[in-house]
Design a protein around this ligand. Structure first.
Ligand code: HEC
Length: 139
């Protein structure tokens, strides 16, 4: 496992360069979501490209991005998860970010993570339905 010590050196360096959230996304999320966030419709992985930022327009949508199992159940800490989500919405979805974007904080992530979703699909459908009514393009 030569890459493990290498990673131990590269990750702090990456953080210094502001690259840590991108590296975490590539390591922990992109296997399912693809590096550009486009996902895989036939495998039930939603397309986040220029869409995921819309979720931040509603408090339930903001909570959903933390509570969805891929985020909530990753091995990342609460602070790194907040940093990752703050990076992700802008990097993958630059044209859907609300103007009054408030960054996630570590405490907010910790609080939301402690309340898992019972029915992921139903919560998503309800949030997406409301966003569509508000005129935002998201499927
Ligand atoms: C094993 C595959 C897998 C991994 C790894 C994964 N996800 Fe996901 N993700 C999914 C699936 C499947 C969904 C659809 C909702 C569901 O069924 O959980 C999803 C949905 C999401 C959503 C909601 C997007 C939407 O439009 O509804 C977000 C946000 C998200 N994931 C973030 C992450 C983050 C951040 C990571 C890494 C820390 C991650 N996911 C890792 C499979 C994965």
């Amino acid at each position: 496992m030569l890459w493990l010590p290498l990673l131990a050196v590269l990750l702090p360096l990456a953080a210094l360069a502001g690259e840590r959230p991108r590296t975490n996304f590539l390591l922990h999320c992109s296997g399912c979501h693809q590096p550009d966030g486009s996902g895989s419709a036939q495998n039930g992985i939603p397309n986040m490209k220029d869409r995921v930022g819309h979720f931040l327009r509603l408090p339930e949508g903001r909570a959903f991005l933390v509570q969805v199992p891929g985020t909530a159940q990753s091995s990342l800490g609460d602070g790194e998860t907040a940093e990752l989500l703050n990076w992700m919405v802008v990097a993958l979805s630059p044209h859907a970010v609300p103007a009054n974007l408030l960054p996630y904080t570590r405490d907010e992530v910790a609080r939301l993570r402690a309340t898992p979703l019972n029915d992921v699909a139903a919560v998503r459908a309800s949030v997406v339905g409301r966003l569509q009514q508000m005129g935002y393009k998201i499927e």
